[in-house]
Design a binder for this molecule. Structure first.
Ligand code: MG
Length: 160
């Protein structure tokens, strides 16, 4: 069996009056993501991690932010497309781990919902997905609530 690892990172600006959508879940907040799509940092980083694991480009190459057809679209579209590429190449997801870095609001009350939705979009068991959240200790742009970021690692496998 072949096993491969992938890493993904994403960051988006936060602005007042925008929706905060993480893992496809809308989280009540006075600030949300300013982005071409919905700015879902978890789904963007996860899409990149999946594509990176199989060496298949990245989210910016597959879905350019200059392309109007992706404007304001839910980011699960990118994630589903990346999963389809893995499926086509016979790769299975072993597990996903992630760290969301956001000062406010607290993500923990929404963690289960984010995990369930991510697993649903990818059509995998939810115990293969984990989500953690950290603050940036009030430091820098993330700590001052001007941005939020996300790291994701994935492990994928393919039978010989
Ligand atoms: Mg992004």
């Amino acid at each position: 069996m072949e096993i491969r690892i992938g890493i993904g990172f994403d960051l988006h600006k936060l602005e007042e009056g925008r929706k905060l959508i993480i893992g496809g879940v809308e989280i009540p907040s006075d600030k949300g993501f300013l982005a071409h799509s919905d700015g879902d940092i978890l789904f963007h980083a996860l899409t990149d991690a999946l594509l990176g694991a199989i060496g298949f480009g990245d989210i910016g190459e597959l879905f350019p932010d200059t392309d109007l057809q992706y404007k304001n679209l839910p980011s699960e579209i990118f994630l589903k497309e990346a999963k389809k590429i893995l499926d086509d190449k016979k790769y299975k997801i072993i597990n996903i781990d992630s760290v969301i870095i956001i000062e406010k609001p607290k993500i923990l009350p929404f963690r289960e919902k984010i995990i369930e939705n991510t697993a649903k979009v990818l059509k995998i068991e939810k115990d293969r997905v984990f989500v953690k959240a950290k603050t940036n200790e009030k430091l820098d742009s993330i700590g001052q609530r001007n941005a939020a970021a996300c790291y994701v690692v994935v492990l994928v496998s393919k039978e010989d």
